[in-house]
Design a protein. Structure first.
Length: 155
């Protein structure tokens, strides 16, 4: 087997997981925002946090490892403009994702408390949800641009 193709396949799979999990998490969290059923909100928040641990985190780690290996083995210049843009966008996406993970944990904890106590969600829940939503957009758009750059490799 060709090691380059194996690593490239891992890179593509991890990119797909990163992007797909992000869209899936966003969809279910956003949908849960529009329900009054606290148990549905809890289900979405709990599974969102779990999906980030099981899928997104490993993909976030695998992406740069396989990407740097592919650049090295593919004999690309480390600072080709399309690669430099990709590095910058990836860093921005990760910097958006880190607070998003913290926010998701906070949201999950607030919903869990509301389920347990029967109290309504605090105003902080809605403020954090708005920040969570806004932080998702740079990462989403950025990853679309990265996909294009990885496919086109424009000179």
């Amino acid at each position: 087997m060709d090691l380059y193709l194996i690593i490239k396949t891992l890179h593509i799979i991890s990119a797909t997981i990163l992007f797909g999990t992000g869209i899936g998490i966003a969809f279910f969290m956003l949908r849960s925002h529009f329900t009054d059923n606290i148990h549905e909100k809890f289900y979405a928040a709990r599974n969102t946090v779990m999906a980030d641990y099981f899928f997104t985190l490993p993909a976030v780690i695998v992406q740069p490892m396989t990407g740097f290996w592919l650049v090295w083995q593919g004999a690309y210049s480390w600072m080709d403009w399309w690669l430099a843009v990709t590095y910058a966008i990836y860093i921005i996406a990760v910097l958006c994702w880190l607070p998003v993970v913290w926010i998701q944990i906070q949201l999950k904890n607030m919903v869990a408390t509301a389920v347990k106590t029967g109290e309504p969600l605090p105003e902080r829940y809605y403020r954090l949800f708005k920040i969570w939503f806004l932080l998702g957009w740079p990462a989403f758009v950025g990853l679309i641009i990265v996909f294009y750059l990885m496919v086109a490799k424009p000179v």
